[in-house]
Design a protein around this ligand. Structure first.
Ligand code: GLY
Length: 349
């Protein structure tokens, strides 16, 4: 079993991210992490129905929320808090979030505010949440004012990534996660990008052409720790996003705007890929991108993952949609620009 260690020195917090093969391993790990403490599980209808994971868990200990970004709201938080009161949780208890980013963010937020803080264990079930949202402690909900504008930092006590969840994912969910992994390569590691580039050739041949899913799941899961460790290194330096953590928003300023304009028809990871591409084009225009080969490599890797980089909206529409985004500094909309694969810098729109 692979393990990564993350330490947030400012808060004297550290935790482990473990990479597990299957549900039986995950079950026993969760039991040993609970270690006799009072607890509740939080999940969504999709995860509950699509996996046999909850078979032996008493139903009264599970909060099952409706699935989807549109339910990332106060009502769902209230359901988690109500269940926590009903089950008599206190600060010595633990909440276990089993789901994608929406479930992880809401469980993290609810456990941050329940009795001023209960520990949370994150068990990400999508590739996207394995490589991104389960690590780093950003939690929150959406409101009519925008995505994730209400929230708090609440680092998990533990993150358990289990390969078997990849079997439950639709194709687009693999693409969503792959986009964020490519993002990590572009912003912080030419080596990781190179590994994804090699993997993308395999993906095209084995998955898109031969539909050889198991091989692809094994290969992608073997790249997850490397991707997570790029994020981990950034979060360790800057938990509260006062400096380098903002680089993790590469592609997100454009991406969030496109998600919003499409009424969330464009899924998050695909929006990020399109957003990265807009940032690359902008970086080239401003003379920041150092060479054309990197642009071609980025285009090629997304194309091998069958992710379209086309932007269906005008720049005017996108700029208007960006106004509510958190990614502003001193009232200006902040962009992440690409110098080369492995290096980015801040810029303003
Ligand atoms: N998803 C970006 C971050 O965690 O900072």
């Amino acid at each position: 079993m692979k393990t990564l260690h993350i330490s947030i020195d400012q808060k004297k917090i550290s935790y482990e991210i473990d990479f597990l093969e299957n549900f039986s391993e995950l079950h026993s790990r969760i039991l040993s992490e609970i270690a006799g403490r009072n607890h509740v599980f939080v999940t969504d209808e999709n995860v509950f129905e699509k996996t046999n994971f909850f078979t032996n868990i008493p139903k009264e200990k599970i909060v099952i929320l409706p699935a989807g970004e549109e339910y990332k709201n106060w009502e769902s938080i209230t359901k988690i808090l109500d269940k926590s009161f009903e089950m008599c949780l206190d600060r010595s208890s633990v909440v276990i979030a089993i789901g994608g980013g929406v479930i992880g963010d809401m469980s993290g937020f609810a456990s941050r505010i329940f009795m001023r803080g209960v520990p949370v264990i994150q068990v990400p079930t999508t590739l996207l949440s394995m490589v991104d949202s389960s690590v780093g402690g950003k939690t929150g909900i959406d409101t009519k004012h925008g995505k994730n504008l209400i929230g708090a930092f609440h680092q998990p006590e533990k993150v358990l990534c289990c390969k078997q969840f990849l079997q439950t994912l639709e194709f687009v969910e693999l693409q969503n996660g792959l986009s964020e992994m490519v993002k990590h390569g572009i912003l912080g590691s030419e080596d990781h990008f190179k590994h994804l580039e090699n993997f993308s050739e395999k993906f095209k041949e084995n998955f898109l052409e031969k539909n050889n899913r198991i091989e692809i799941e094994n290969a992608v899961f073997s790249l997850v720790p490397e991707s997570v460790s790029i994020k981990k290194n950034i979060v360790q330096q800057d938990e509260q996003e006062k400096g380098v953590r903002g680089f993790l928003n590469l592609g997100h300023t454009y991406g969030h705007a496109m998600e919003l304009l499409s009424n969330f028809e464009i899924p998050h990871g695909i929006g990020v890929a399109k957003g990265i591409w807009q940032s690359v084009i902008e970086s080239e225009k401003r003379g920041i991108l150092q060479n054309d080969i990197d642009k071609k490599r980025i285009e090629n890797v997304f194309s091998n993952f069958n992710i379209s980089l086309e932007n269906p909206f005008s720049l005017k529409e996108i700029e208007e949609a960006m106004v509510h985004d958190k990614k502003k500094k001193d009232g200006k909309i902040r962009l992440i620009l690409v110098k080369k694969i492995g290096e980015v810098e801040y810029g303003n729109l």
